[in-house]
Design a protein around this ligand. Sequence first.
Ligand SMILES: [Zn+2]
Length: 268
Amino acid sequence: MSDAQPTTKFQCTQCGGELKPDQGQLFLTCPFCGSTVYLDKSKVVFHWYVAPTLDEAKARGALARWMSGNETVKDLDKKARLGGVSFRYFPLWYFKHKDAGGRERITLQPAAATSVTEVAHLQLPPGDLRKYEDRLDNDSEPPSVPLDAALEWARRGPAVKETPAESALVHVPLYTFKYEFSGETYTALVDAASGKVLANIYPEKAEAPYQLVGGLAAAIFLGLAAIPVAGAFFGDDGAMIGFAVCSALGIPAGLGLMALAAYVSQKV
Ligand SMILES: [Zn+2]
C-alpha cells in the first residue's frame, strides 16, 4: 500500500452529500438535494444569484435620473457623453453574522477586482437570492478573490470580528456604463435588480461655493452677535439697543444669505 494523497472530500453545504466535481469545476449543483454551491479553496459555500428586473433601457433611465439628481454636478445628464455599456453578473462574498442579541447582519465583499468598491454597499434582501443557474455562466464573472482573503478584509471593517454564521457566493446583475465629462472618463454601475446607481468617483457638485456661503454666514452673524455684547458695556439700555440693532440687521442679512445660497445651488 502506498501513501496515496488523501483526496479532498467536498460535502454539500445543505445536505452533507458528497460532491464529485470534475477537474477545475467550481460551480456545482448537488445531485442529492439540488442546492447550488461554489467550491472555494477552503470550503464549499452556497451559490446564489440575484435576478435582474431592469433591461438596458431602464438601466439607462436610472442612470439619467441619477445624473440629473443632487449628488452630481448640475446638468450632468445633458453634458456627459455616454460610451459603452456592458452587462454581467458580478461575484460578491456574502457573510451573515449574528450579533449577541441573535439579530442577523449581512456584510458583502467584492469577490473580483473592481474599481467600484461601492458594490459592497448593495442591499441584498434574502428573498431575492435564487439558486445559481448554469445558463448564467457566459455572463458571470468567476470569483478571483478567495473567501479567506475576503473574510480577512471584512474583519478589518467595523464590528466584524467573529466568524460569520454563513458564507455564500452571490452573483449580482450589473450594467457597467462608461461616460465622458470634461475630458475625463468615469464608470457608473447600475444594479439591474434595484436600479441603484453605484459609483466611487463622479463629477460631484462643487463644495467650495457652499463652504464660502457658509463661512460668510458665520462671519456676519458673529459680527451681529457682537453688537449687543458691545452695547452691554454701556449698561442695560446699551444691551437692549444693541439687541434691537442686531435683530433689525439679522433678518435682512439672513434673507440675503438665503438668496445667495439659492443662487449658488442654481449655478453649481
Ligand atoms: Zn445537497
